[in-house]
Design a protein around this ligand. Sequence first.
Ligand SMILES: Cc1ncc(COP(=O)(O)O)c(C=O)c1O
Length: 323
Amino acid sequence: LTGELTADRIAEAERRLASVAHVTPMLHSRVLDARYGVTLQLKAENLQRAGAFKFRGAYNLVSQIALREGPSASRGVVTASSGNHGQAVALAARMCGLSAHVVVPQDASPAKVAAAEAYGATVERVGTQSEERLRRAQQLAEEHGWDYVPPYDHPEVLAGQATVGLEILAAAPDVEVVLVPIGGGGLISGIATAIKQTRPDVRIIGVEPEGSAAAYLSRQAGRRLAIPAGLTIADGLRTVIPGELTFPIIQRWVDDLVTVSDSAIVNALKLLATYVKTVVEPSGAAAAAYAWTDPSPLAGRRVVAVLSGGNVAPDVLARLLSV
Ligand SMILES: Cc1ncc(COP(=O)(O)O)c(C=O)c1O
């Protein structure tokens, strides 16, 4: 299960996901288009299964592990994400008849732990540093013969995320610009590869929070830079270093990298709730936040922003909406 992200791989992922993932809708607000002077369609991956695009990549990899292992193998997968990827792996594993083990930090939010457990995963709390969790997940994989499912640095995970790009082209064939949030870079690597292969004229713009702009700073440096753990409300975008597999893809296919402030993200959450009537988590609102903060480069263009996830606890959402 290694190799490159090719068009064939993406097409196979599309076939594998066809009967299990949602083709999410494009949402739209005429009021906001008029206010900001941008024709903006919102690809609603907050309405994807398990509440985020992450299900696509997780299922695409986990289903192949299940086929390969067969009924007599140790039948388990393990990952080290407390967020949407952990939930996605838990759901995909359950659907494929594998056990799932998710390593989370000691201070992981009870809501996120409960969500992974609700999908049948066994959750283990380890330390506070991501390296510690990764080590523990890899140790569990070795001890039990389980497969480790990485959150982005795997071609089959990227191929799953790439299906968002295919759906954008199918639903908005005249799109000119696509805005995508960046954490480790899996979502944007998949989308950019899927779109640029047939439509190199479409501009792909990656959006990061100001307080955690590892890809933006790495592009400036011309190499992958490790930055201090990010300070941002967008917990899915707090990445220390861009992926080994994803950064070269970003360098090749992504036209621009931009940043948004946390206050722009909170404002976008409010606009999405008020005008689009949809619940989005802070990470999932970053791309739309860019369109509504700095609309001049996008003026008059047909733009799609990916709403990448909607997993936010009600009390947190209520607090953010009342700021
Ligand atoms: C809602 C949401 N959006 C965006 C991202 C970033 O995705 P990637 O790490 O593939 O860049 C994540 C990652 O966890 C996420 O949970």
